[in-house]
Design a protein around this ligand. Structure first.
Ligand code: MG
Length: 89
């Protein structure tokens, strides 16, 4: 679903630091939409969808940049277990 080669090319062409800054920029755009939704009761589902897609694309690039795809994948079950314990004891 994510075009790996395209995203690797983006990192090559624009550089790691530029793409890492883009991670922050896209996260901040998503934050802004979430805050609008909560604080102003804005009907901005389309924007939330858009910014969530941007963040997912940038998080995928972040994982390529640090070569941590497998490590992140491996951490997820442990994180989920922590949530499970908090919810269910
Ligand atoms: Mg965006």
């Amino acid at each position: 679903m994510m075009d790996r080669n395209l995203l690797k090319k983006a990192i090559q062409v624009w550089g790691k630091n530029a793409q890492l800054l883009m991670v922050l920029e896209e996260m901040s755009e998503l934050q802004k939409e979430i805050l609008k939704h909560i604080n102003r009761g804005k009907d901005n589902l389309a924007e939330i969808i858009d910014e969530t897609a941007d963040v997912e694309i940038m998080l995928t690039q972040l994982k390529y940049i640090f070569d941590i795809e497998k490590s992140v994948e491996d951490r997820i079950p442990q994180k989920l277990e922590k949530i499970r314990v908090r919810l269910e004891g």
